[in-house]
Design a protein around this ligand. Structure first.
Ligand SMILES: Nc1ccn([C@@H]2O[C@H](COP(=O)(O)OP(=O)(O)OP(=O)(O)O)[C@@H](O)[C@H]2O)c(=O)n1
Ligand SMILES: C[C@](O)(CO)[C@H](O)COP(=O)(O)O
Length: 242
């Protein structure tokens, strides 16, 4: 059974677009690689929790309803971190994929609403990237993801041996990832029934035969994963502040 805690959206936060864009922000991970005392989404970046920065970035881009998946036992801390922002909290699952599915189930938008799935850990996503993903779905794409070129040399390790991989066609995948709500719900339900685990929502859609459309991501939208990422993100934020 899933529990759900809802607060309604105040009039000043209603979307302007006739086509609603809604979102799931997945924030139920522990952040084991970051190694903080709190779940990663509650960790502060320059005094503001990652989850708050992520929700504010989506709001700035015009996203209406937002469901946030959170780890069990941390509701009061998430409520405090998102004070003044209207979101719906739902308990996350054991994996990111499970958390996305729980979040999608809690959305009350129409089937054809554009839905964006965003990692709380990508707290500095520019509003332009969010809008580019939503616009591509509105323009008719089944599934949309933001990507950036791979800049490191890449090697494939095979036993004791390793081989260089041509990086020129490779892209690193970011969030938010977009689709129509009913499409993404169906895709997640199907892949869960089949017991297949993948690492992102594009792969979930692709598993059902959908074409994935790429838009330009942004380096600022790095996934805060290890302690060094917090240092980098702090520096990026200080650059943004006039
Ligand atoms: N069971 C899970 C696992 C992850 N996430 C969310 O999915 C996003 C991407 O996951 P990642 O950055 O890998 O977070 P963690 O799983 O928390 O990190 P780690 O693997 O270091 O524990 C994060 O915003 C995280 O909170 C989630 O909602 N539910
Ligand atoms: C969705 C994602 O952020 C795209 O890069 C990534 O796949 C999440 O993977 P993780 O293993 O949960 O970090």
């Amino acid at each position: 059974m899933r529990s759900c805690w809802t607060r309604s959206l105040p009039p000043d936060q209603q979307p302007n677009s006739p086509e609603p864009v809604v979102a799931v922000v997945v924030a139920a991970g522990s952040g084991s690689r970051l190694g903080a005392a709190l779940p990663k989404a509650l960790v502060e970046l320059e005094g503001v929790a990652l989850i708050r920065r992520s929700v504010e970035a989506l709001r700035e881009a015009g996203v209406a309803d937002i469901v946030v998946t959170i780890p069990v036992g941390f509701l009061p801390l998430f409520e405090a971190a998102l004070q003044g922002l209207s979101v719906t909290f739902v308990p996350g699952g054991a994996t990111r994929q499970d958390s996305v599915r729980a979040g999608l189930a809690a959305l009350t938008a129409p089937d054809d609403a554009v839905v964006l799935v965003h990692d709380a850990a990508r707290a500095l996503v520019p509003a332009a990237v969010v809008r580019a993903v939503a616009d591509a779905v509105l323009a008719g794409a089944d599934a949309v993801i933001p990507v950036v070129p791979v800049i490191d040399s890449i090697r494939r390790v095979e036993g004791e041996d390793s081989h260089i991989v041509d990086r020129s066609p490779l892209r690193a995948v970011q969030t938010p990832q977009g689709a129509r709500l009913a499409t993404l719900r169906t895709a997640h339900d199907r892949i869960a029934e089949e017991g297949v685990q993948v690492t992102d929502d594009a792969a979930v859609c692709e598993h059902l035969g959908m074409h994935v459309v790429l838009v330009n991501g942004h380096r600022d939208s790095l996934k805060i994963t290890e302690p060094v990422d917090l240092i980098l993100a702090s520096a990026l934020l200080r650059e943004r502040t006039p």
